[in-house]
Design a protein around this ligand. Structure first.
Ligand code: UGA
Length: 417
């Protein structure tokens, strides 16, 4: 397993759990040392336990550098970051470097698997960077969600394998035999496109939901009722229909931008997807507009509940909470924030406190930006007493609106009046 980020570590720990011998490599020496001691650097339900189980059984080990992991491997998974370049394109430098590093060390007969999210043509790119035309490179995109990564790995909706080499595809399929999900074998371009298409569709669904919420506000409808009824149509589905402050994370924004760039490079203007991204930027601004509708922002103190991009993770990459906070700061507000999983952020001006009540104390507006359960169970009397004014902008629709109104708060959710 080359790379011990979300994907590599989850995949490695899960394969060890399934009985395989797994060696995980990373270039970060400190991280490897921590992992060897069972210290998992990310907040992911069940992952620390699986890593401990793998270390204990001897089936999971950690080394520095890809070259040290691959010599005896039957399968080599490339799980390195593929960040967004300046123009929205995918930066493949880590992938190329990892492939070049392992090139001469991979044993004949092994299969190299692209698990990172990579544009069409990347199996060939890896083959070339390895300098090995004798090694099959297969695309096997991951569909894990942070917060439920292990369950998603062990019970996936599907396993997608893209290869022009049927024997190599079968070898990768065999690894998933115990998992019981449909295995779909296709060509590399289709497998690679599937990953972007899935994330682009999810992003589209969320931008649609958030814009429907805006329509609901305009016409006096309740988005919760509208979406619950819409979701009963099996063609639409109940999942992924929660309105929010905008969508974020390390994947959806990057992959949405990437598919626009990939399509552009191939001569197609993906204008629908551009609209999806614009709607998301608008959503951050709409949340700030709600705050500005109840308080004059310059000098105002805003209590922000939530920094992670969603509940169940400590990941703040492209977090809507931070997008909202940055806009508030830019308009002269002061932001005091609390998140149960995030102790600090790298943004000047956001004061991170270690208690939700410390975030709301003396604030004029309370903004809920991440849907942590504990935020819906806060002591509202305590908050009412300590705030300088009683206003709530509930960008996740998780607070008890009636309970807030009865304590003299103004309440604004998303898509509900
Ligand atoms: C996403 C995809 O859901 C995974 O299938 C994919 O494998 C992964 O990216 C990836 O490419 O690695 P993840 O980034 O963990 O997973 O996050 P999501 O659960 O998709 O949430 C993304 C954003 O949408 C978050 O900000 C979340 O709060 C928001 N969201 C999600 C909503 O606002 N409403 C919803 O109903 C669901």
């Amino acid at each position: 397993m080359i790379g011990t980020g979300y994907v590599g570590l989850t995949t490695g720990a899960c394969f060890a759990h399934l009985g395989h011998a797994v060696v995980c490599a990373d270039i970060d020496v400190d991280k490897v040392q921590r992992l060897r001691a069972g210290d998992v650097p990310i907040h992911e339900a069940g992952l620390a336990e699986l890593v401990a189980e793998g270390l204990e059984s001897g089936r999971l080990s950690f080394v520095v550098g890809g070259a040290n992991a691959v010599c005896e491997a039957d399968y080599v998974y490339l799980c390195v970051p593929t960040p967004q370049g300046d123009d929205g394109s995918v930066d493949l430098d880590y992938l190329k470097a990892a492939a070049a590093e392992i090139g001469t060390h991979v044993r004949p007969g092994a299969v190299v698997v692209n698990k990172s999210t990579v544009p069409v043509g990347s199996t060939l790119l890896v083959e070339q960077a390895m300098g090995r035309s004798d090694i099959a490179v297969v695309s096997n995109p991951e569909f894990l969600r942070e917060g439920s990564a292990i369950a998603d790995f062990l019970n996936p909706d599907r396993v997608v394998i893209g290869s022009d080499d049927p024997a190599a595809a079968d070898l990768v399929a065999a690894l998933h035999a115990g998992i019981g999900a449909p295995v779909m074998i296709t060509d590399p371009a289709s497998a690679e496109t599937t990953k972007y298409a899935a994330n682009a569709f999810l992003a589209t669904k969320l931008s649609f939901v958030n814009t429907i919420a805006a329509v609901c506000e305009a016409v006096g409808a309740d988005v919760g009722d509208v979406l619950a009824a819409m979701g009963c149509d099996e063609r639409i589905g109940k999942e992924f229909l929660r309105p929010g402050p905008g969508w974020g994370g390390s994947c959806l924004p990057k992959d949405a931008a990437a598919i626009i760039s990939i399509a552009h490079g191939a001569g197609y203007d993906f204008s629908l997807m551009r609209g999806v991204l614009e709607a998301n930027d608008e959503q951050f601004k709409r949340v700030v507009g709600k705050v500005a509708s109840v308080v004059s922002l310059p000098g105002a103190t805003i209590g922000l509940l939530g920094l992670a991009f969603k509940a169940g993770t400590d990941d703040t990459r492209n977090s809507p909470a931070l997008e909202v906070a940055k806009l508030l700061l830019a308009r002269g507000a002061k932001v005091r924030a609390y998140d149960p999983a995030v102790a600090a952020v790298d943004i000047d001006g956001i004061i991170v406190v270690d208690d939700p009540y410390a975030a709301t104390e003396a604030a004029e507006v309370l903004v809920v930006a991440t849907e942590w359960d504990e935020f819906s169970r806060l002591d509202l009397d305590k908050i009412a007493e300590s705030m300088a004014a009683r206003h709530v902008v509930d960008a996740r629709n998780i607070m008890d609106r009636e309970a807030l109104l009865s304590r003299g708060f103004s309440y604004q959710g998303i898509g509900r009046n």
